[in-house]
Design a protein around this ligand. Structure first.
Ligand SMILES: *Cc1c(COP(=O)(O)O)cnc(C)c1O
Length: 356
């Protein structure tokens, strides 16, 4: 091959782990409750097509962020119903009937745009303050649904802002609006609201369908995480070089770290250009050969350095930079004050994903 395919790191996604997470998440659903696997942002960086294939038997529907993502799934042969969370725009309206996508409508304008025909869900903004029709307009929406000729309403949905924060005033407010939505649309159209956190912690919000994102990938967003969900993603790199340094020698930009004694360190070809965040500098260990070693000094664009102390590894030895019990995306997120969603989506698309 002319382009020398070789990668400095790659990501392995475990099909078994995804399927076991999905089965766990379905355990507390009442029979007849349908489920959506949310595979937007390339399945939170896990690879949307492979994830769709891996969990397709366990889910009734997929959801993505936009028409581009949806069309890619169709072109890969994914036949499930696909819900497109993003707003319809003139450039994409024809794609809905052509690829049999289900739209999400959150304004009168969207009804007008889609009048050529499509299945759609109406989104109500019950307090998230993002997309959706405000609850004051419920009555008008009801009339609009009734008069929308060629387009078919397949659901009414809303999205929670803080289902992952335990019992909050905001969640209670949204649950009250949900009761209004139920009164007006229940029994007429399938209703859905629950994300992963609500699916786990608020069974009353399951309604006709739930939408699983982060929990499917193995990160429990609730205040009391279950041991049953396991991260499906492992990020592997390798030792590019292993070198000896003396006590007091420093490593990396800013010379922020000095060797506590003479010993070896490894240079690993993964850095912030790959999505290994610079603010993780010196925070988490990597695993080599079943042993944990601290990453030391600043994370650079293409490399991190790892202190091996007395140990030594040959160039080419495999390194787990993320995905073990001490360095999975949930731990990474906590270490730098973000959420696993951002860590997983933040791994550069140049890093190849493989479903194993
Ligand atoms: C992303 C998203 C979800 C999934 O949320 P998780 O917290 O990942 O389960 C559900 N519904 C909507 C509208 C979303 O945008």
């Amino acid at each position: 091959m002319a382009d020398y395919p070789f990668y400095h790191s790659h990501i392995e996604i475990s099909r078994d782990v995804l399927q076991s997470n999905a089965r766990y998440l379905h355990r507390n659903l009442k029979s007849g409750t349908r489920s959506v696997a949310v595979i937007k942002a390339d399945a939170y960086g896990h690879g949307a097509v492979d994830v769709a294939r891996a969990v397709g038997d366990l889910y009734d529907m997929f959801a993505v962020a936009n028409v581009t993502e949806a069309v890619a799934l169709r072109k890969a042969g994914i036949m499930h119903p696909i819900l497109v969370f993003g707003v319809p725009v003139p450039q994409t309206v024809k794609a809905y009937p052509e690829y049999e996508l289900e739209a999400v409508v959150s304004s009168d304008e969207h009804f007008d745009l889609l009048e050529q025909g499509t299945a759609y869900h109406v989104e109500i903004d019950s307090g998230m303050g993002r997309l959706g029709i405000r609850p004051d307009d419920l009555e008008r929406v009801r009339k609009r649904i009734a008069s929308a000729g060629r387009i078919t309403c397949k659901g009414v949905m809303t999205h929670f802002a803080s289902a992952d924060e335990g019992d909050s005033a905001c969640m209670q407010h949204q649950i009250r609006v949900l009761a209004q939505i139920r009164d007006m649309f229940g029994g007429q159209f399938p209703l859905h609201a629950a994300n992963s956190a609500a699916s786990l912690d608020y069974p009353d919000t399951h309604l006709d369908m739930v939408r699983h994102g982060i929990a499917l990938y193995g990160y429990d967003p609730t205040p009391e995480p279950s041991e049953q969900l396991r991260p499906a993603m492992k990020w592997r790199s390798w030792v590019a070089q292993c070198k000896y340094i003396h006590k007091g020698d420093s490593l990396s930009y800013g010379a922020t770290w000095q060797a506590p004694a003479g010993g070896y360190y490894a240079v690993i070809p993964t850095g912030y250009a790959d999505g290994y965040r610079r603010d993780l500098s010196g925070k988490l260990p990597v695993r080599i050969d079943e042993r944990w070693y601290p990453q030391v000094g600043r994370v650079t664009m293409d490399y991190i350095m790892v202190w091996l102390d007395g140990d030594r590894y040959a160039a080419g030895t495999e390194v787990l930079v993320m995905g073990g019990e001490k360095n999975h995306a949930g731990i990474m997120a906590d270490a730098i004050g973000t959420i696993p969603y951002e860590i997983c989506c933040g791994i550069h698309t140049k890093v190849p994903r493989r479903m194993m």
